[in-house]
Design a protein around this ligand. Structure first.
Ligand code: C5P
Length: 230
């Protein structure tokens, strides 16, 4: 498992200070919509300047026509990020077009697909996708696997079934991790590190439990210690 810390603080200065405090740790950093729209490419450069070995996951969840998605994917690859994501519901052709466009690169970022957004409840999900969340997440995961993606974003609770339906090496990245049973906040289904490990999650994502703790550095060190022992 590799820990992903979400940089979800409200300003570039605060996010960079958080990254600075974590600079000697072997972690991934998640850069989302808000930060990227506000702080852009220079923010990525600033993170790499703090520690060139930081791995960066650009969480922009691309969804558009296939050619436009592939254009964006090509630009993302130039940013020197290590992983980004697209929406699985963009479809198989979009997946293939994105992967084909990245195929010529010597080193390309990992590409994940978002299966079901965790904000959906079962009923509102069905209104759009006409299937239940579990069934559709697995179907989206199979489609992503068959079209050459590296993995999916899913909840801890879907990780095992997705690996069974695809491959044990097909990556799962799961938000909603509360390493030591911290407050769930607005997350509906949260999991501990032990459960994430048991369900085969490759990338547990932790936001608030780290950046809201009194000592984020100590918190991350403790998470890494527990992960190493699992
Ligand atoms: O603070 P917390 O640990 O809940 O943060 C989880 C992170 O993962 C946030 O950046 C949130 O936007 C993101 N995320 C999520 N659920 C998804 C996709 C992303 O919680 N399905």
């Amino acid at each position: 498992m590799q820990l992903v810390v979400a940089l979800d603080l409200p300003s570039a200065e605060e996010n960079l200070a958080l990254a600075e405090s974590l600079k000697d740790q072997d972690i991934w950093l998640k850069v989302g919509f808000r930060t990227y729209i506000r702080d852009g490419k220079s923010f990525i450069t600033s993170l790499k300047a703090i520690n060139p070995d930081f791995k960066i996951f650009l969480d922009l969840k691309l969804y558009d026509i296939p050619n436009t998605m592939a254009d964006a994917a090509e630009e993302i690859a130039k940013l020197d990020v290590d992983m980004f994501n697209i929406h699985a519901s963009a479809g198989a052709v979009a997946m293939q077009t994105v992967m084909d466009r990245l195929a010529h690169l010597e080193k390309r970022p990992l590409v994940l697909a978002v299966t079901a957004l965790t904000s959906f409840d079962e009923e509102s999900f069905r209104m759009i996708y006409e299937k239940g969340i579990d069934e559709k997440a697995e179907q989206f995961a199979r489609m992503s696997y068959e079209n050459g993606l590296d993995g999916v974003v899913c909840s801890t609770f879907e990780s095992r079934a997705i690996k069974d339906a695809t491959s044990s090496s097909f990556l799962t990245l799961s938000p909603g991790i509360r390493p030591f049973g911290e407050d769930a906040g607005d997350q509906q289904r949260v999991a501990t590190l032990e459960l994430a490990a048991k369900e085969g999650v490759d990338f547990p994502v932790v936001g608030r439990p780290v950046y809201r703790s009194e000592d984020p550095r100590a918190k991350v060190a403790e998470i890494l210690r527990v992960m190493a022992a699992l």
